[in-house]
Write a protein that binds this ligand. Structure first.
Ligand code: AMP
Length: 174
């Protein structure tokens, strides 16, 4: 079973969470033990010899993939969370959504200066969330060496927002 089989397990949910959005539901992939192992291996594989010591996941679906990817790379895990969720001192990054703004936070001591960090999420759409996470991780001293994502919605152009961080997507929809 390869990446093609993963693609067949991605479920399109029209008009979720709002009208006009086709939500890429990855729960059938996460719920299949064999598919999950293939997904985590495929996300980690290109980064095995990159000297990555931390993997950052974006709340909440990013957590489910970033932690096992970190384990595959013998690296630690960093949670990038919505405001008010992290208990220790944090740094905050605001970003613009289609309607309104949102924000992400990370612990100020999440990395040591210059530490190589891989960012992981399930989907890149407009790229606003990932771009904010990159700025935030850099602000606390990380060297963000890549962004590994399961699904890229290529028609939304998110890859161009990543300020030079290489994107590695397993499945791309154009
Ligand atoms: P973005 O527009 O790239 O900032 O996307 C914001 C977040 O929403 C990402 O972390 C994705 O997990 C999620 N997301 C956006 N669009 C979709 C979609 N069509 N299907 C599933 N998740 C999505």
């Amino acid at each position: 079973m390869g990446v093609d089989r993963l693609t067949s397990l991605i479920r399109d949910i029209p008009d979720f969470p709002e009208p006009g959005v086709v939500f890429k539901d990855i729960t059938p992939v996460l719920g299949d033990g064999e598919a999950l192992a293939i997904l985590v291996d495929a996300l980690a594989e290109p980064h095995k010899r990159s000297g990555i010591t931390k993997v950052a996941g974006i709340e909440a679906r990013g957590f489910t993939l970033a932690t096992p990817v970190a384990d595959r790379l013998n690296a630690g895990f960093i949670p990038v969370r919505k405001p008010g969720k992290l208990p220790h001192e944090t740094m905050r990054e605001d970003y613009t959504l289609e309607y309104g703004t949102d924000a992400l936070e990370v612990h100020v001591d999440a990395v040591v200066d210059g530490e190589k960090v891989l960012l992981v999420d399930d989907v890149i759409a407009t790229g606003g969330t990932a771009a904010a996470a990159v700025r935030l991780l850099r602000a606390v001293g990380a060297d963000v060496v890549g962004f590994a994502v399961f699904i890229e919605l290529g028609f939304l152009g998110g890859a161009e927002k990543l300020d030079g961080v290489p994107l590695h997507a397993l499945v791309r929809y154009d």
